[in-house]
Design a protein around this ligand. Structure first.
Ligand code: HOZ
Length: 427
């Protein structure tokens, strides 16, 4: 496969952009080689700068639940652009998207739009601190809540990929985070018993998607909810990945646990930079201008981004979720069968169209088991899959995403390639 044009562009980019990329995991530092420059996308496919075609399982790291260039989304965006790209004033698409979010996400009565998941999480924590007048908060190892200072402790995503426990430039006092293992109810009980009265909030990815995919074990989210309530701490669900992805009501709709504040992003922006946080009216009332918790943004609620999100969410009906489930289950089964027949141990964790692939025999239920799985196998697997036309995340600490545009044929071709790659993995 000729990727010389991507390699040339990456050399150029490295002269003017840090690491040649705008976000660390894109650099292929974990899997080796140089990142592909993507020239265009359509449906489930993307083409690189050398003209190679791939089935895309990154889907822009989650937002593209309908695949690339969905007709209705493109039309909505073009229509909106023609009316003006930004006003810094309220618009109807913003109102419509807010209505849609409040009616779909069970715990959200009021919402505030921001420009990224990072902003959503950062603002949600500020709100929780303002509401409780407490500073400390709880987070879980391997969960990633964007790159604001307080969250960069034992975080997933790029920090996990680069094996960084934290980030330089973050003073210890900026975090005030207590971190616990995911899915550990005993540790939860103990932490709340000892420090519960100091906690403003607990923040969690209700399905973790930044240490690969790790599912909440039955009872974990429920116990967390109960302990937060008992100790007067707010529960923040970071549903930036899961919102509208795992069900119309997000993970809280799927598992029936209601947080006090929900962070959203990715799907609600339909491929544009959007984030949001929302919750009970009584909590959200504290946000400026209604209350004293300040937060603002020039491009927040941008009408083009709102139109893209609205068009995306409008297409997510029952049939769309059934289709996502069908294609994703097919991929899971095919990968497991292919690995079995090649004698390679893998663990696949999946909720709907979020798929996590770990090399190794053991169950993956938290950050330490995710890190313990055999990551040496992933770079080689990734390279072989790329050569066979499947674009997987360049890190095992990220999520494989499917879209409604992924056909059975796309999935079958990927499964066949995975079978060959598993066989070659031992060579
Ligand atoms: N925050 C994204 C992973 N969960 C990474 C986005 C990117 O690097 O583009």
């Amino acid at each position: 496969m000729d990727t010389s044009e991507s390699a040339r562009l990456f050399r150029e980019a490295s002269r003017v952009m840090v690491g040649g990329v705008s976000s660390p995991v894109r650099s292929f530092s974990f899997v080796g080689g140089t990142p592909l420059f993507i020239a265009r996308g359509e449906g489930a496919n993307i083409w690189d700068a050398d003209g190679n075609r791939y089935v895309d399982y990154v889907c822009s790291w989650g937002p593209l639940i309908l695949g690339h260039c969905d007709r209705e989304v493109v039309d909505a965006v073009i229509g909106e652009v023609r009316r003006g790209t930004s006003f810094g004033a309220p618009t109807v698409p913003e109102l419509e998207l807010a209505r849609r979010i409040c009616s779909s996400i069970p715990s959200v009565e009021r919402v505030r739009f921001v420009n990224s998941g990072t902003e959503a999480a950062m603002s949600a924590l500020r709100l929780a601190r303002g509401y409780t007048s407490r500073a400390k908060f709880l987070k879980f190892d391997g969960c990633y809540h964007g790159h604001a200072d307080p969250f960069l402790t034992r975080a997933g995503s790029g920090l996990a990929t680069q094996d960084l426990p934290s980030s330089a430039g973050v003073p210890a006092e900026a975090s005030a985070a207590l971190t616990l293992p995911y899915n550990d109810e005993g540790a939860l009980e103990e932490a709340f018993r000892d420090r519960g009265s100091e906690l403003a909030a607990a923040i969690v990815e209700p399905v973790a998607g930044n240490m690969g995919v790790v599912l909440p074990e039955p009872g974990f989210l429920e116990r967390l909810r109960k302990l937060c309530t008992e100790h007067g701490a707010l529960l923040i669900f970071d549903e930036v990945i899961t919102g509208f992805r795992v069900s119309p009501g997000g993970a809280q709709g799927l598992y029936g646990v209601r947080p006090d504040i929900t962070c959203l992003g990715k799907v609600i922006g339909g491929g544009f930079p959007v984030g949001a946080y929302g919750g009970r009216a009584e909590v959200m009332r504290l946000v400026s201008p209604e209350g004293p918790v300040y937060q603002a943004g020039t491009l927040s609620g941008n009408p083009v981004a709102m139109a893209a999100g609205l068009a995306t969410i409008s297409k997510l009906d029952g049939a769309a979720y059934r289709r996502l489930e069908g294609a994703s289950a097919r991929l899971e089964e095919g990968i497991v069968e292919g690995a079995d027949s090649a004698g390679v141990d893998v663990t696949v964790n999946r909720v709907g169209s979020m798929v996590g692939l770990f090399f190794g025999p053991g169950k993956v239920r938290d950050y330490s088991t995710a890190k313990a799985s055999s990551h040496r196998a992933y770079p080689r697997f990734h390279k072989m899959m790329l050569e066979a036309g499947a674009y997987l995340p360049p890190s095992p600490f990220e999520t494989i995403f499917l879209s409604t545009a992924h056909s059975d044929e796309d999935v079958d071709a990927t499964v066949a390639a995975a079978g060959r790659a598993f066989k070659g993995a031992g060579d």
